[in-house]
Design a protein around this ligand. Structure first.
Ligand code: ADP
Ligand code: MG
Length: 263
């Protein structure tokens, strides 16, 4: 089947602001400053990655955007005021205990269950058989994405969705996610600690630093879509990754230098 595809406009051409974070901070009740003075504008149609080391507040930022948590300072300014209706936001977590996966597990467990075999006792056999029919981590994530997208949300929030997958599966899911994004033109905020993944997917990479969690720098990924395996092996991609990696190292050093704690 031949299908016409129109690449989304690059960031510079996307005029409309979907969400602006202004001076957003989050201090948890234990006093941990998870985020400090975050200023970030998310544009309609962006594929924006939040890239940073563990503990820099990526998940906290995503949860604030999702409305699952509220900032202790600053504002989240949705275009047109108010926050988007929950049905306009899809959320994909890395969590291994997702409901769709539980459903898959339960379906396969059923014949054993009818024989009186407990969930725990059945688990190794069920897991092995799922793996043998290649219904493994990647498929779980595909189900999670389908669940998040079935309402056609305007915004898809993804928290390290592919971190637990092997590289080949991760590449496939990266490709398929980009294809879906190009077809449906939703906005993605994608959390990752992988330089390679953020550069492959995004038109914008926002690099964060930790303690306190903050935006360190932002990179525009100047490469056209669709991006495919040819892009993945291109010198241009390698150069962009090197750039992003340099910024990430600076972000990490900015924390280590400030605290002298060896992290
Ligand atoms: P990331 O996702 O980048 O790894 P998080 O947003 O999970 O970072 O966490 C940022 C910081 O806030 C970390 O120091 C973490 O320990 C702390 N933190 C996260 N959630 C909570 C919470 N519910 N209560 C207290 N501290 C938290
Ligand atoms: Mg996290």
């Amino acid at each position: 089947m031949i299908r016409e595809k129109v690449a989304p406009a690059p960031a510079s051409d996307v005029a409309s602001t979907l969400l602006a974070l202004r001076g957003v901070g989050k201090v948890f009740s234990n006093g941990v400053p998870a985020l400090s003075d975050v200023n970030l504008t998310i544009r309609e149609g962006d594929f924006l990655s939040l890239l940073g080391p563990s503990g820099c507040g990526k998940s906290t930022a995503l949860r604030l955007i999702a409305g699952l948590s509220t900032p202790t300072s600053g504002v989240l300014d949705w275009r047109g005021g108010g926050s988007l209706d929950r049905s306009n936001i899809g959320f994909v977590f890395q969590e291994p205990t997702l409901l769709p996966w539980a459903n898959v597990f339960d379906n396969v467990w059923l014949p054993l269950r009818l024989k009186g075999i407990s969930r725990a006792k059945a688990a190794p056999a069920v897991t092995e058989m799922l793996a043998r029919v290649h219904l493994s981590g990647g498929m779980k994530m595909r189900v999670s994405i389908a669940r998040a997208m079935v309402t056609k949300p305007r915004v898809l929030l993804m928290d390290e969705p592919f971190a637990a997958l092997d590289e080949i599966t991760r590449f496939k899911l990266n490709n398929d996610l980009l294809e879906l994004w190009q077809d449906e033109r939703f906005t993605v905020v994608f959390v990752t600690h992988s330089v390679f993944e953020s550069v492959f997917l995004s038109n914008r990479v926002v690099v964060m630093a930790a303690r306190p969690g903050r935006v360190f720098d932002e990179l525009a990924i100047e490469a056209s879509y669709p991006r495919d395996e040819a892009f993945r092996t291109s010198p241009h991609y390698a150069a962009l990754c090197r750039q992003a990696s340099d910024v990430l190292v600076k972000a990490i050093n900015s924390t280590a230098g400030a605290h002298h704690d060896g992290h």
